[in-house]
Design a protein. Structure first.
Length: 183
């Protein structure tokens, strides 16, 4: 009986230790990087990060406070094609920001993306040109719905469904990018 108790305590202690070590490896919340410093996005291998703010049509930044958010950055074609496929959560990030070097009319779709998303599209000057809610595409579907705004855009911000309002994204708002974030 004593041997069983010791074995159970040893297993419990190892389980607690493993939990603490695993939890310590999660990426910390990101913060803005000093100018000129680049760091890779923890938890999103192959992607960088981008800090951004949203200004309302009346000029109020993020509900009246100068608040910068941090998004995973998809700037290359490979990153944009991969997007949030296979992801069930964003971790410490507010969203994924897609950036093109010139205006585009590329469609978005939800193939292999299990979490429902909201998307906002912005022109090269940062002006909101459209937004939509996107539902996951069932794995058995032959084709998935395609999403894009009526006008060309240069930035697209994907967030968990319903999360655009919390960032200040509404009619007349503008997006400003600020460079990389750091953990």
């Amino acid at each position: 009986m004593a041997r069983t108790k010791r074995a159970a305590l040893a297993v419990l202690a190892l389980g607690v230790a493993a939990f603490l070590v695993t939890g310590a490896n999660l990426p910390p919340d990101p913060y803005l990087v000093p100018a000129g410093r680049l760091t890779p996005a923890p938890g999103y291998p192959g992607f960088d990060e981008e800090a951004f703010t949203v200004t309302s049509a009346t000029g109020v930044v993020d509900g009246g406070h100068q608040r910068a958010y941090c998004a995973v950055l998809a700037a290359t074609t490979a990153q944009q094609n991969r997007g949030l496929m296979g992801r069930r959560r964003l971790g410490p990030y507010q969203g994924m920001l897609f950036a093109w070097s010139a205006p585009t009319s590329t469609y978005f779709y939800m193939k292999d993306t299990p979490m429902p998303l909201s998307i906002a599209w912005f022109s090269g000057s940062g002006t909101l040109v459209g937004r939509a809610d996107m539902a996951p595409c069932p794995p058995s579907a032959r084709s998935c719905p395609l999403y894009r705004p009526a006008a060309a855009y240069q930035y697209a911000l994907e967030v968990p469904r319903g999360g655009l309002a919390a960032l200040g994204v509404a009619a007349g708002s503008t997006l400003s990018t600020m460079g990389p974030c750091i953990p």
